[in-house]
Design a protein around this ligand. Structure first.
Ligand SMILES: NC(=O)c1ccc[n+]([C@@H]2O[C@H](COP(=O)([O-])OP(=O)(O)OC[C@H]3O[C@@H](n4cnc5c(N)ncnc54)[C@H](OP(=O)(O)O)[C@@H]3O)[C@@H](O)[C@H]2O)c1
Length: 263
């Protein structure tokens, strides 16, 4: 009898990098649970992946910025009687208003989505992976976590949390067969800047600064399979990360204040 297929949960699979992860993990033979708010898009993608790869693909329309989101996702997994082997915490966005002008509900939504729900999903899912002795977790951080801080951007602080958390958890989980990788993409073609409202400025940035989501997702999967706790995809991003890391904090602050194109 064939071994059961491994199962993956991908958050933010309705667009961009998350949808690309779905294509790549389906091609590798994983059954998928795709989660995001736009259920119609998820269902269209799921139908395509089932047809192309013969996998089982489930969808869950859920607002991952809501405080009970991780519980809702895990209850759905219990209903399916699924145990997750591969978790991709990808859902994310960046607000674009000044911190003081944003409502608390906007700011708290970003924290819930990219910190609380991400952390709670790992907490609820990783224990089972460790019991079974195999698991892979990709947390999508950003080059922003390695870059000078951007004025008013909660995003840089959140993605720095994701980076450090991933490294810490990788140390704890790896002896139990579970690898954790912080994937730190730079500018990647997706809907991110449409949602952020910075499309015009983003379009002015030179092409060499941009990556295709396929390359980003592929690098993330390769890194987590190889047990690398941090992955900066792409040559340009690697050079930028190497240049920015040794920067003294006072210089990083000044550079961040001067260089942020989205002010
Ligand atoms: N693109 C870049 O330049 C770039 C660079 C560095 C890091 N990243 C990171 O990469 C990840 C993926 O972003 P992307 O570039 O692929 O952007 P995208 O094309 O806008 O996709 C974002 C995904 O997140 C989901 N999402 C957003 N808010 C959600 C919520 N409240 N509940 C559930 N799902 C939610 C969206 O689904 P719904 O709208 O259907 O809910 C969508 O599937 C993010 O974590 C982002 O921070 C992106």
């Amino acid at each position: 009898m064939n071994a059961p297929r491994r199962k993956a949960l991908i958050t933010g699979a309705s667009a961009g990098i998350g949808a690309t992860f779905a294509h790549q993990l389906a091609a590798s033979g994983y059954d998928l649970l795709l989660a995001a708010r736009r259920g119609d898009r998820l269902q269209t993608l799921a139908d395509q992946l089932v047809t192309e790869h013969g996998i089982q693909c489930e969808v869950l329309s859920v607002d991952l910025a809501s405080p009970d989101a991780a519980r809702v996702v895990v209850e759905h997994l219990d209903k399916l009687d699924w145990r997750i082997d591969f978790l991709v915490n990808n859902a994310g966005l960046s607000g674009h208003s000044k911190f003081a002008q944003a409502t608390w509900s906007q700011l708290n939504g970003e924290i819930q989505l990219m910190m609380t729900t991400l952390t709670e999903l790992i907490h609820r899912i990783a224990a089972g992976m460790m019991e079974r002795g195999w698991g892979r977790i990709i947390n999508v951080s950003s080059l922003a976590a390695l870059s000078p801080p951007g004025e008013s951007l909660l995003y840089s602080a959140i993605k720095t949390y994701v980076l450090i958390l991933s490294q810490s958890l990788d140390m704890e989980f790896k002896p139990h067969g579970v690898h954790v990788t912080a994937l730190c993409p730079g500018f990647t073609y997706s809907e991110f800047h449409d949602v952020m409202g910075t499309r015009d400025t983003a379009n002015d940035l030179p092409a060499f600064m941009w990556q295709q989501p396929q390359d980003v997702a592929r690098a993330g999967v390769a890194a987590v399979m190889a047990g690398k706790p941090v992955c900066v995809p792409g040559a340009f991003n690697k050079i930028m990360a190497a240049l920015m890391r040794p920067m003294p904090l006072w210089l990083s602050y000044l550079a961040g204040r001067a260089l942020n194109p989205f002010k």
